[in-house]
Design a protein around this ligand. Structure first.
Ligand SMILES: NC(=O)c1ccc[n+]([C@@H]2O[C@H](COP(=O)([O-])OP(=O)(O)OC[C@H]3O[C@@H](n4cnc5c(N)ncnc54)[C@H](OP(=O)(O)O)[C@@H]3O)[C@@H](O)[C@H]2O)c1
Length: 348
C-alpha cells in the first residue's frame, strides 16, 4: 500500500523501548511518522531513523503541557506510548504525565480533527485473573503517593486508562483503544543502537532484565508472570489503527500465549550462543512460580484486530533475538572504547 492511503501517525515516547519499535514497524509498513521525544533523545532519534525520509522527530518536553498545534498538523492517528516507568519520576510527575498527559493529547487531538488514538496501558491495572472491561486493581491515589514506586506506577496506569476511557465515552466520534501488555521483552528495533551511543542502561527499560542474564552472578528477575515480545506489542498497537470491528473492545489486555521461564531462556542461550556460556546467569537463581504465563483468552484480540493466536513470537525467539541485539550494542560501545559491565541493580 502507498503512504497516500495511510495516515501520518504521531507517536509519543518515540525514543523509548516500545515507542521506537512502534515507529520502526510503522515506517517499514509504509506509514509516515512524526515521533515525539525530549532532550538529547531528539537528535539521537533523528540519527537512528535518518534513512527514512517519511520520519520526522519533534520535541515534546512534557506530554501533559505541550503545545501540539504544530505537532498535530496533518496527523491522522496517534499512538501514545509515553509514560514514566517505575522509579523514573516523582509521584506528582508520574500521575500528571499519565493522566493529564493522555487527556491533554486527546483534547488537542479532538481539536485537530484526529479520530484515531491508540494508547499503551498495562496489565497491572487488572486484578489477578480478572480481565474484564470493568476489572480494576483496587489501588487508590492516596496509596500511590506513599513512596512505593510500583504502587505509584500501577496507580498512574490505572487512572490514566480510566481517564482515556472516560474521554472515549464522551467522544464516540473518536476511535480509541488501549492495549494493556504485561512485562515487555524482546530485541531493540534496528537503529536503536543510535539511541544508546554510550552505556545508558535506563534506556533498556524492562529489557534490562533480559540483559542481566549476561551476568553470571545475576539475581534480578521480573517480579511476576506474563510477558509479551516488544515486536508483538508494537504490531498490535498498529493493528489498533485499523480495527476489524467498529465495536471493538476499548481496553484490551494482551499477553504471550507461550510459557516464559528465564531458566529456559538461560538454557537456550547456553545452547545457541556457546561463546556466551561464561557470562550466563545461574538458572538456580530464577524464581520458582506456579506458572510462567497468564491464561488469557486472546480471541477478542484476533477477532477485533486480526492478531492470530499462532502469530505470537515464541519465548526462544524473544530471548535469542534480544541477546543478539544486546551484543550488537555492547560491540558498538566496546569499539568506541567505553568500559562497562552488566549492572547489578535491577532495572526497576
Ligand atoms: N516495558 C514494559 O514492560 C511495559 C509493560 C506494560 C506497559 N508498558 C507501557 O509501555 C509504554 C512504554 O514503555 P517502555 O518500556 O518503552 O518505557 P521507556 O523506554 O521508558 O519509554 C517511555 C518513553 O516515555 C517518555 N516519557 C515519559 N514521561 C514523559 C513525559 N512526561 N513527557 C514526554 N515523554 C515522556 C520517556 O522519555 P525519556 O526517555 O526522555 O524519559 C520514554 O522515551 C509506557 O506507557 C509503559 O507504561 C511498559
Amino acid at each position: 500500500m502507498s503512504t497516500e492511503s495511510k495516515p501520518l501517525v504521531f507517536v509519543t515516547g518515540a525514543a523509548g523501548f516500545l515507542g521506537f519499535q512502534v515507529v520502526h514497524q510503522l515506517l517499514e509498513g509504509g506509514y509516515a511518522v512524526r515521533g515525539a521525544a525530549r532532550g538529547r533523545k531528539i537528535s539521537l532519534l533523528r540519527k537512528a531513523l535518518e534513512k527514512y525520509p517519511q520520519f520526522e522527530a519533534v520535541e515534546i518536553t512534557d506530554i501533559a503541557t505541550a503545545d501540539y498545534t504544530a505537532a498535530f498538523k496533518g496527523v491522522g492517528a496517534i499512538i501514545h506510548t509515553a509514560a514514566p516507568l517505575p522509579g523514573r519520576a516523582d509521584s506528582e510527575t508520574a500521575l500528571k504525565s499519565a493522566i493529564e498527559g493522555s487527556l491533554h493529547i486527546l483534547r488537542e487531538a479532538q481539536k485537530a480533527g484526529i479520530k484515531k488514538f491508540v494508547a499503551t496501558g498495562s496489565m497491572v491495572t487488572f486484578p489477578e485473573n480478572a480481565y474484564g472491561p470493568n476489572d480494576w486493581v483496587p489501588v487508590t491515589k492516596e496509596q500511590a503517593v506513599e513512596g512505593n514506586p510500583f504502587v505509584l506506577y500501577i496507580a498512574e496506569k490505572k487512572f490514566g486508562e480510566q481517564a482515556v476511557l472516560d474521554f472515549a465515552d464522551k467522544h464516540p466520534d473518536m476511535d480509541i483503544t488501549i492495549f494493556c501488555p504485561p512485562w515487555i521483552f524482546g530485541p531493540f528495533a534496528p537503529g536503536f543502537e543510535h539511541i544508546v551511543p554510550e552505556p545508558d542502561f535506563a534506556a533498556f527499560s524492562t529489557d534490562g532484565f533480559v540483559y542481566q542474564l549476561l551476568r553470571s552472578d545475576n539475581v534480578n528477575y521480573h517480579y511476576s508472570p506474563g510477558v509479551l515480545d516488544v515486536r508483538d506489542v508494537a504490531r498490535i498497537h498498529i493493528a489498533g489503527l485499523n480495527p476489524l470491528t467498529p465495536d471493538h473492545p476499548k481496553r484490551v489486555p494482551i499477553v504471550s500465549p507461550h510459557d516464559a521461564d528465564f531458566r529456559e531462556a538461560i538454557k537456550h542461550i547456553y545452547e545457541e550462543r556457546p561463546e556466551l556460556r561464561g557470562r550466563l546467569a545461574d538458572p538456580s537463581t530464577v524464581p520458582v512460580w506456579p506458572t510462567y504465563k497468564i491464561d488469557l483468552d486472546l480471541t477478542p484480540v484476533e477477532k477485533a484486530f486480526g492478531i492470530s493466536l499462532g502469530s505470537y513470537k515464541t519465548w526462544k525467539e524473544t530471548i535469542l533475538d534480544s541477546i543478539d541485539r544486546f551484543i550488537d550494542v555492547e560491540n558498538q560501545w566496546t569499539s568506541k572504547g567505553f568500559k562497562f559491565e552488566v549492572p547489578t541493580a535491577p532495572p526497576m
